[in-house]
Design a protein around this ligand. Structure first.
Ligand code: ADP
Ligand code: ZN
Ligand code: ZN
Length: 704
């Protein structure tokens, strides 16, 4: 190792005497900032490289102070200031809000908010900007009346204005977004549009680019290469990008001229990150719109009940809680509860009630399977409907939200079932590649010829997944071309694109697939959607399961009959009169939502209460539960308007050999919950834990 030269020592000494103290957010799992002595030119928002332990790390300067609480002799100097314009104050404030709201260290938030290269302290190579394309030559569709009303409301809004754009698939929501974005670009502003999974909807990117050929568009999702994502971030930051289009991570892009935020499919669960920083990009976006005083449009055919609740009229404000993360008080600061059966009135509801192109939405029917002996899982009515489509040269789609051949392999002689040794879950039979596979941890094994316990050779796959359905349909309709679409067959974007091409080219008669198929695609020849095996979600332990099922069925049903051909949806069920199916038949989302909200209110579930989960995992379940017990004891002392439940094992209590428990806390008041969580998490960091124990807080959890 080379010793520092005398002059270096001297200059370091000098700088210690003169330099201000930089408070730096570093991506380490500790809820604190780190003080360094600053080089010239570092200001709040600067990215700096600093020595940390034996390595160096990149962090964000949060504040510049005259003094540190640490002894001056202990302070180290930063290594370098990155050649990036400092991030603006509102970006730092956004990260600070997210850190407070989700009880996550600020350095973890800034680390996650920065694009990959900046996180590593690197800069992307400059790329020559592509030539600007000529002006558009297409003509825009004439807006329908409801679309025009929606566009006028959004473009005429001033300051913070949250909208729920509620319209079925094909009702022209995207057209409304594009018009609103066009107005923003005309005024010289920047727009941000978030979508659930861009990989599943590649044509959206094309549609936006085609509409705004002169606009500079930054695409941000995990499929974009590191350098490209980093360039997009810097372009947005410098004001060079006009439109940011991306998935949840794009919510953190700095946008100096931000004038509009659009969240498409706002109900989609993928807006919530399920590990590390467990943030909801939708809720963060609402905060951001408030912070920047701009309109935000949340669009969906099946809004989340939280959002729908905010778009229902409420009583005049009683003050108190609010439904999504926001700070301070504002004109829309309504009560969490509103009136019974009513909403909070915080969002303005814009409705598109008709399809923009096809005449009518598909006819939805239930097929009562209680008295019928199904043929390989399919009813006579469904088989007949499929044959008709085949004769007419139209497409059918059979929806089954379970991939693999069968959920489990079992021995009828001794009761053995194929279990995962790392998880509290079964190994799924994948006959296509002759494997047993755990869908939670990826563990694989060959398919045994005989029962490993008793040697019985007569072991069977039980239940039905997409592969089995595909095989069944192939047998029954040997003349049909059957395509299976799930995460196994579409495991890469390339495979997925090839499948989509095949469907569009009319190379498939029958599609078998999971909810992957439900996302934003037009299949012009598709006129039949069959739904099998959906009943389980009606009675699932998770109170959000019906909401998800309704959204999935609406979405998958919306795939049929988009062109001139009428569509039909057949749902096989043993509960034909269930209100969820009845609401689908009537195309009545509002009735479904009202009934669900009613149930949630009676049962004391969100959006009528606010929840957080403390989860812990360790080698042994006991250790996790003991920690949660101690956490609960610490919480009791804090008291005040909070309901604490008992620590319980998680439903999937073992995953990847780790055993997991959780503790639910809730409150009718958002501010009370927030204050409690802040005090509680400070104590949690002080609790003694076994070496192998990990814990985290999940605020507004979606999964239990
Ligand atoms: P959504 O986003 O609600 O599914 P889209 O905006 O994608 O709906 O519209 C569905 C289809 O209807 C698209 O092909 C779109 O180009 C077309 N469309 C939308 N609005 C109109 C309109 N006012 N007139 C004619 N076609 C329209
Ligand atoms: Zn056996
Ligand atoms: Zn497993």
């Amino acid at each position: 190792m080379q010793l520092p030269s005398k002059s270096e020592v001297k200059s370091r000494f000098m700088s210690q005497a003169l330099d201000p103290v930089l408070r730096v957010a570093l991506d380490v799992p500790l809820p604190r900032l780190f003080d360094y002595l600053g080089g010239a030119g570092a200001v709040p928002g600067s990215l700096v490289r600093v020595p940390f332990g034996k390595t160096s790390k990149t962090g964000v300067v949060v504040a510049v102070a005259a003094h540190s609480e640490q002894p001056a002799a202990k302070l180290k100097a930063i290594e370098a200031v990155l050649d990036v314009p400092p991030l603006p104050a509102d970006w730092l404030a956004l990260c600070e809000f997210v850190s407070r709201y989700y009880q996550h260290p600020l350095g973890g938030v800034t680390g996650m908010a920065l694009p990959p290269l900046l996180r590593q302290g690197k800069l992307p190579r400059v790329k020559k900007s592509a030539a600007v394309s000529p002006a558009p030559t297409f003509s825009l569709p004439v807006l329908l009346e409801e679309q025009a009303t929606a566009v006028a409301a959004i473009t005429g809004a001033h300051g913070f204005a949250p909208f729920l754009l509620h319209g079925i698939t094909g009702s022209g929501k995207t057209e409304v977004y594009l018009r609103a974005i066009a107005a923003v670009l005309e005024r010289g502003g920047q727009a941000m549009m978030l979508v659930p999974e861009i990989a599943l909807t590649p044509q959206l990117e094309g549609r936006v680019a085609a509409r705004f050929p002169r606009a500079r568009i930054a695409i941000a999702h995990s499929g974009v290469a590191d350098a490209g994502r980093t360039r997009g971030f810097l372009d947005a930051h410098a004001g060079r990008a006009d439109i940011v289009l991306g998935t949840r991570l794009a919510v953190f892009m700095p946008l100096p001229r931000l004038q509009l935020i659009v969240i498409d499919e706002e109900h989609d669960g993928s807006f919530k990150q399920q590990d590390g920083l467990r943030y909801s990009a939708r809720d963060v976006a609402v905060f951001r719109a408030k912070q920047r005083q701009v309109p935000i449009v949340l669009g969906s055919a099946t809004p989340s009940l939280e959002t729908f609740h905010h778009a229902q009229p409420g009583l005049p404000s009683r003050g108190g809680g609010s439904g999504s993360p926001r700070s301070g008080s504002g004109p829309l600061n309504g009560s969490a509860l509103g009136r019974p059966g009513g909403g909070t009135g915080r969002y303005r509801l814009l409705e598109l009630t008709r399809r923009a192109v096809a005449e009518a939405p598909p006819t939805v029917r239930v097929v009562d399977t209680r008295r019928e002996k199904l043929q390989d899982g399919m009813s006579v009515a469904l088989i007949k409907a499929m044959s008709e489509r085949l004769q007419r040269n139209e497409q059918s789609l059979i929806f089954l939200n379970r991939r693999g051949y069968a959920p489990v392999l079992a021995c009828p002689a001794c009761g053995w079932i194929s279990g995962c040794r790392r998880c509290a879950a079964n190994l799924v039979v994948h006959l296509a590649d002759q494997r047993l596979r755990c869908h939670h941890c990826g563990l694989e094994a060959g398919i045994p010829r005989a029962c490993p316990d008793c040697g019985n050779a007569d072991i069977h796959p039980f239940g039905r997944g997409t592969q089995r359905l595909e095989a069944t349909i192939n047998e029954r309709f040997p003349e049909a071309r059957v395509l299976r679409i799930d995460r196994d067959s579409a495991s890469t974007p390339t495979k997925w694109a090839a499948l989509l091409d095949a469907i569009h080219a009319g190379e498939a008669d029958i599609l078998v697939g999971t909810q992957m198929l439900a996302k934003g695609h037009d299949f012009p020849k598709l006129t039949l959607v069959g739904v099998v095996g959906a009943d389980a979600a009606l009675f699932a332990a998770d109170f959000r399961a019906p909401e998800r099922l309704f959204a999935q069925l609406m979405q998958v049903g919306g795939r049929s009959g988009r062109a001139e051909l009428a569509g039909e949806v057949l749902i096989q069920t043993e509960y034909p009169s269930h209100p969820l199916y009845q609401a689908l038949i009537a195309h009545d989302y509002a009735a479904f939502a009202a009934a669900q909200l009613d149930e949630r209110e009676q049962a004391g579930f969100p959006p009528y209460v606010f929840q957080a989960l403390l989860r812990a995992e360790a080698g042994q379940l006991d250790a996790a539960l003991t920690f949660l017990g101690a956490a609960r004891d610490a919480a009791v002392l804090l008291g005040g308007g909070i309901t604490l439940y008992d620590p319980v094992p998680m439903r999937l209590f073992r995953k990847m050999t780790l055993e997991r428990g959780q503790l639910l806390v809730e409150s009718a008041s958002r501010p009370a919950l927030q204050a409690f969580l802040a005090a509680w998490s400070a104590r949690l960091y002080q609790l003694k834990t076994p070496r192998d124990l990990r814990w985290h807080l999940d605020v507004d959890p979606l999964e239990f």
